[in-house]
Design a protein around this ligand. Structure first.
Ligand code: ATP
Ligand code: MG
Length: 327
């Protein structure tokens, strides 16, 4: 089976130069630093990691909203990493994004109808546009009368429904959901996640679903990738990742998910794995394994040699020298 989306060793370096003209050239900020992964048609790949680790950058690279610095991106088997102009626009139709901030992402001066219709107009697909917008509004659970109203008249959850309608109106194949519920009240988060899951089934969508927190992606993901400082350090099927995490960083993230059920709040549970210390700068990455400065299992090898992703036939891959030893 061919993956719908495939990244091979992709990198994104941001120019981090600032300051006087006599300064020596600064090293680039390595926001995405050699990521390889595949997303199969119809699946949801969760992507988690702390703030600044490169999740949004990776998502935007995959849909060519940003150009890669290096590496290859294939979409439905075709290399799209170098596309420009008309050819780029054609593939971009099939790849859309739902943003985190349902307040900032929608133009406050446009009606809901115009907001949802805009992608159709941009892509010259305006035939039957009003009917397609009406159909989208109904699919995302908004009343028909929402059409003539403005974003500020809606709650955060409703605005995110507008953002989803806009992202899906061109009937994309692949959608990057970039923390689509992080800005919403906990009470509406589940509604939006369930809506995205239902739409996935109805429209045959493939998702990259980004979140800070392993808790949020658990229900919607088939597989989960864990990112740390520009690299994917572990990727596995959901059951395997949550029940048998292999990377100390993943264990730390799991230990950091707040436990609400008292029976699970055993004294000391997960203490050993809790994440401590500051995240190093992406401008000055640690030698060897980039997690070694925060790892409770660090040995000399970790400071010297960067671990590569390895794993078995079960598709559970991890980049850690200590994964076997700490079992
Ligand atoms: N346009 C830019 N120019 C320079 N640096 C950038 C730019 N965009 C992001 N960065 C830097 O790249 C790194 C990765 O940022 P990114 O937004 O991809 O992380 P993230 O994991 O999505 O974070 P968050 O969880 O806060 O959304 C960060 O160090 C960030 O400061
Ligand atoms: Mg982000």
């Amino acid at each position: 089976m061919t993956p719908l989306v495939e990244a091979v060793d992709i990198t994104k370096h941001y120019d981090a130069r600032h300051g006087g003209m006599f300064r020596a050239p600064a090293p680039p900020l390595r926001a995405v630093d050699g990521v390889s992964l595949s997303i199969m048609e119809g699946e949801t790949l969760g992507l988690v990691g702390e703030s600044g680790c490169g999740k949004s950058t990776l998502g935007r690279l995959l849909i060519r909203l940003l150009p890669v610095t290096g590496g290859t991106i294939r979409f439905a088997g075709t290399d799209i990493s170098g596309l420009e102009g008309k050819a780029l626009r054609a593939v971009r139709r099939s790849m859309q994004i739902v943003f985190q901030d349902p307040y900032g992402a929608l133009n406050p001066r446009m009606t809901v109808e115009d907001i949802v219709m805009e992608p159709l107009v941009i892509h010259g697909a305006a035939r039957d546009a009003a009917a397609r917008v009406a159909e989208m509004l109904s699919l995302v659970g908004l009343p028909a009368r929402a059409r003539d109203r403005f974003p500020h008249e809606f709650s955060g959850g409703q605005r995110q429904r507008i953002g989803i309608a806009r992202a899906l109106v061109l009937r994309p194949k692949f959608v990057v959901c970039d923390e689509p519920v992080s800005a919403l009240d906990v009470s509406v988060q589940a509604q939006i996640v369930n809506l995205l899951r239902d739409l996935q089934g109805e429209l045959g969508l493939t998702y990259l679903f980004i979140a800070h927190d392993l808790g949020v992606v658990k229900h919607i993901s088939d597989r989960v990738a864990v990112m740390y400082l520009g690299k994917v350090v572990e990727i596995a099927g959901k059951a395997s990742l949550y029940q048998a995490p292999r990377h100390p960083y993943t264990r730390g993230l799991i230990a950091s998910v707040p436990v609400t059920h008292p029976a699970q709040r055993r004294r000391g549970a997960g203490e050993r794995h809790r994440l401590e210390g500051d995240i190093p700068s992406a401008l000055n990455l640690p030698s060897g394994c980039r997690f070694h400065t925060r790892c409770p299992f660090v040995i000399d090898l970790c400071r010297q040699q960067e671990p590569v992703m390895t794993g078995g036939a079960d598709g559970h891959l991890v980049a850690c020298h200590r994964a076997q030893a700490i079992g």
